[in-house]
Design a protein around this ligand. Structure first.
Ligand code: UDP
Length: 335
């Protein structure tokens, strides 16, 4: 079944590559990936027939060339920087890459009559949580440039719908985690800042003891609670969002999470149960900007996309991350 080509920006990255695989292998789309391979990995594109264009989305000529060569029916946009701390020390890098660069894509979409855009957005657009679980109506006051850079793109997309009829679904992820259950593709960030891969790297002895950032939070066990959402569930949400726009759905933003929280200690306990080993750890100071608890209300995604997280158990998520770290690639791509 040919539905036309889908352009996936940043498709060689962590969430992008899982989405590309699902679009190509399960949903039967022709997929064109544009990725500058700064953080993406050529090896993460494992599905047959996927085209990789190695270019930066800020390069308008390359973007125009892609839209001229392929008939692009829709865009799934991942290409972005995502280190919160770095966004504080180098905000221009984040506004240039996360807010300004995607304008080339939107201009090309307008020129070529492409009207469907799926955005990889984030719960960081909300800032400090007022209500738990957080609904989409929660106030959006980001507390770092990363969150602002994504919130501005959400705003740009609303205006592009008004003015040009480019419809969009803005997906606000909570904590993306896990890997393909078959261990073939997964998470390979350098530097790695996320909890689950660092816990597992510590178990494998690839790094020293992991640090628990703060144990005096106002939570049951004193450590931060997050809503860990499996990357395959996230990938499915993008396919659903694309189908929704293909069926003439109107633009909207929604959360993607499980609605269930796990504390840092619970993640460590689950990692010990999965690996059968102790997690070498030490307790440290709170990390700046970490709220005690973040949990999604994903009712809207269920109502409008028919999407719900299928994996809601933290142990299952960790099992998949462990499978990737012990698979053929050992948790690392070659390039
Ligand atoms: N965390 C930690 N040690 C680490 C990495 C993370 O204690 O080495 C904590 C962090 O403070 C937060 C939670 O684990 O409460 C999830 O952090 P992560 O960086 O994975 O995602 P974030 O919530 O920052 O997007």
């Amino acid at each position: 079944m040919s539905k036309g080509a889908i352009l996936v920006t940043g498709g060689a990255g962590y969430i992008g590559s899982h989405t590309v695989r699902m679009l190509a292998e399960e949903a039967g789309y022709e997929v064109v990936v544009i990725d500058n391979l700064v953080f993406g990995h050529r090896d993460a594109l494992i599905s047959e027939g996927v085209t990789l264009v190695e270019a930066d989305i800020a390069d308008a000529a390359s973007v125009e060339d892609v839209f001229s060569r392929y008939k692009i029916d829709g865009v799934v946009h991942f290409a972005a920087f995502c280190f919160v701390g770095e966004s504080v020390t180098d905000p221009l890098k984040y506004y240039a890459n996360n807010t300004a660069a995607p304008l080339t894509i939107l201009k090309a979409m307008r020129a070529h009559g492409c009207d469907k855009f799926i955005l990889s957005s984030t719960c960081a657009t909300y800032g400090d949580p007022q209500d738990i679980p957080m609904p989409e109506t929660h106030r959006q006051e980001p507390i770092n440039p990363y969150g602002h850079s994504k919130l501005m793109l959400e705003r740009i997309l609303k205006d592009c719908d008004e003015a040009y009829g480019i419809r969009s679904v803005r997906l606000r992820y909570f904590n993306a985690s896990g890997c393909s259950p078959d261990g073939v593709i997964g998470e390979d960030h350098e530097p790695e800042t996320h909890l689950i891969p660092n816990v597992l790297r510590a178990v494998k002895g690839e790094i020293g003891p992991m640090t628990v950032f703060g144990s005096d939070y106002p939570t049951a066990d004193g450590t931060c609670i997050r809503d860990y959402i499996h990357v395959v569930d996230l990938a499915r949400a993008h396919v659903r969002a694309l189908n929704y726009l293909e069926n003439d759905g109107e633009s909207f933003s929604c959360n993607l999470g499980t609605g269930k929280g796990a504390s840092v200690k619970e993640v460590i306990d689950a990692a010990e149960a999965v690996t059968g080993k102790r997690v070498p750890l030490q307790y440290g100071e709170r990390r700046e900007g970490d709220p005690p608890e973040l949990i999604a209300d994903s009712t809207l995604a269920k109502d409008l996309l028919g999407w719900e997280a299928e994996i809601t158990d933290i142990k299952t998520i960790i099992e998949s991350a462990w499978a990737w770290m012990n698979g053929d690639k050992g948790g690392k791509y070659k390039d």
